[in-house]
Design a protein around this ligand. Structure first.
Ligand SMILES: Cc1cc2nc3c(=O)[nH]c(=O)nc-3n(C[C@H](O)[C@H](O)[C@H](O)COP(=O)(O)O)c2cc1C
Length: 130
């Protein structure tokens, strides 16, 4: 199974969760700003971000809007925030409208509990790709 991990992170929290997921999956976590397009097929794409003043970064939204439906089996979402889960809802909407299947289960980490959520993030990745 081919797995990819992509994220947008301004302050580093989402990056840490992305790296935990990637470690479990045996791949590299790559920022959407470093690699603006998904070029290789992925059976599972883990995609994560965070809200800033209630909305996800435009870099992440635009990345999701550009994702090629024919290069993705399904997407599993993850997010970090102070409270809001709206990044997950918004990404799910964009991807579903493009015809990309999105896992019902997603991973959440509160911004003050990133360290404590590394293990559970790995468990989540393992559960999705098993
Ligand atoms: C400018 C700014 C605005 C934020 N707005 C929200 C928000 O509207 N809702 C929320 O739950 N968290 C909000 N947060 C918290 C971030 O989503 C949280 O710190 C997240 O983990 C940041 O992810 P990152 O470290 O990957 O950039 C905000 C943080 C910043 C710096």
């Amino acid at each position: 199974m081919k797995t990819a991990v992509r994220y947008y992170s301004k302050l580093g929290n989402t990056k840490k969760i992305a790296e935990a997921i990637a470690e479990e999956a045996g791949v590299k976590a790559i920022s959407v700003t470093d690699e603006p397009d998904l070029t290789e097929y992925a059976d599972v794409l883990f995609l994560g971000g965070a809200p800033y003043a209630n909305i996800m970064a435009p870099q992440l939204r635009e990345y999701a809007e550009r994702l090629p439906a024919d290069k993705i089996g399904r997407v599993a979402l993850f997010t970090t925030s102070n409270r809001s889960r709206r990044t997950v809802r918004a990404l799910r909407k964009i991807l579903t409208e493009k015809g990309i299947p999105v896992e019902k289960r997603y991973f959440y980490a509160h911004m003050t509990r990133i360290k404590a959520r590394i293990g559970p993030a790995k468990d989540f990745a393992g559960m999705i790709i098993k």
